[in-house]
Design a protein around this ligand. Structure first.
Ligand SMILES: Nc1ncnc2c1ncn2[C@@H]1O[C@H](COP(=O)(O)OP(=O)(O)OP(=O)(O)O)[C@@H](O)[C@H]1O
Length: 366
């Protein structure tokens, strides 16, 4: 546990003295961003509640900055740990400014009177999350996304060493999601604040996290760097995906391919096929795509959505074998969609396929 700033040591968490997840052994370094992912109900919030002392732990220990978490007084913890959980707060008669200002209470005297410096920090935090205009609004009468931003502002002005957030992006629009993640990244990388959070958007987790914790069943199924976790089969197994795909390279989700016999052929490449594949997918039209180099961006999607893909090795001239396969498949199709794929010296036989499509009377140019 030497180098770890935050350490879960054989931790078991759960409810009513029954462990839901056990033997959690995870070490987190200062300034790292660690993200929990996993299916609904797998226990992400339970872990977060347990490591923030909102829920009694069932077994094991949590160490924070080399001290048992239980040895911190609440006051001490409130200057060092900021917590943004999903539970709805319904405070009586508090404006958004008042809520953010509570982040400064650990630093004020007993009367909770904010100094000029505290006020500045509150204003600064509200500006950081673009919530300045919400200051005088009743916290109970704002939108879910606005509430998430106000709670983040409260956590920011608390000036913690560690920030723990449960699904902080769930209600945010894309701009505010990007804002939130940039704020957290800056907090971690410029100020060395450690960030632990759960996220449902695994594409975002892949992009922001230094380490990923996969929660599944009664244990942590994997813990490691995103590049090791975001492997197609790993994500498929974690979420038991059998109704579509997740492409870890682009972080995109795809619906299942249309079933049935393919009667449409798409001649494409260099990204010209992607909009056509998506259109055919929406129409539930099964299709064959080719001839695609296996390093072509069209290939990444065609392999998930097409009934069949006729391929060639990257940077090679199109082989006779691939050409004949494509020709045969085109003959069996009723439509041949020809995109504006550029034809050069390597893929010149694609030009021959386009000519053949023209002659067949089945060609549709898009
Ligand atoms: N207060 C509670 N008492 C008993 N069981 C609970 C309690 N809160 C949650 N659970 C159960 O614990 C399990 C884990 O729930 P938890 O909220 O930690 O999952 P999660 O991974 O955060 O889910 P989600 O992705 O849906 O937010 C679930 O089966 C849930 O029903």
């Amino acid at each position: 546990m030497d180098n770890y700033y935050f350490h879960m040591d054989n931790l078991s968490v759960g409810y009513d003295k029954k462990a839901l997840i056990h033997d959690i052994c995870i070490g987190i370094k200062k300034g790292e961003i660690v993200t929990l992912i996993g299916p609904n109900g797998s226990g992400k919030s339970t872990i977060l509640k347990s490591i923030t002392r909102q829920l009694q732990i069932i077994g094991g220990k949590v160490y924070f900055d080399d001290r048992n978490l239980n040895s911190f007084s609440y006051k001490e913890l409130s200057t060092r740990m900021a917590v943004v959980l999903t539970e709805r707060m319904r405070p009586e008669l508090m404006t958004c400014h008042d809520i953010v200002a509570t982040g400064r209470y650990p630093y004020t005297g007993r009367l909770g009177i904010l100094s000029r410096e505290d006020e500045e920090k509150v204003e600064e935090a509200m500006r950081a999350v673009h919530a300045e205009s919400l200051g005088s609004r009743d916290f109970n009468n704002i939108s879910d996304g606005q509430r998430q931003r106000v709670l983040l502002a409260r956590a920011i002005c608390q000036e913690p060493d560690i920030i723990i957030l449960d699904e902080p992006t769930s209600f945010l629009d894309i701009k505010h999601k990007l804002d939130l993640l940039s704020i957290l990244r800056d907090m971690a990388k410029k100020k060395q604040i450690t960030v632990i959070m759960s996220l449902h958007e695994i594409d975002l987790a892949q992009k922001i996290a230094d380490k990923i914790i996969c929660v599944k069943g009664d244990t942590i199924s994997h813990f490691g760097k995103p590049e090791d976790i975001f492997e197609e089969n790993m994500i498929k197994e974690l979420y038991e995906i059998n109704n579509g795909f997740f492409d870890p390279l682009f972080g995109s989700i795809e619906l299942p391919k249309p079933d049935g016999e393919a009667k449409t052929f798409v001649i494409c490449g260099n990204g010209t096929g992607i909009p056509i594949f998506r259109q055919l997918q929406k129409e539930h039209t099964p299709f064959i795509a080719g001839i695609l180099y296996t390093n072509d961006v069209d290939y990444r999607l065609a392999r998930l959505l097409a009934s069949k893909v006729i391929t060639e090795e990257p940077f090679m001239e199109i082989s006779e074998e691939a050409f004949l396969k494509a020709q045969k498949a085109m003959e069996s199709c009723e439509r041949i969609i020809c995109t504006a794929v550029p034809v050069g010296s390597c893929n010149k036989r694609l030009g021959e396929l386009i000519d053949a499509a023209k002659k067949s009377g089945k060609a549709e140019f898009v």
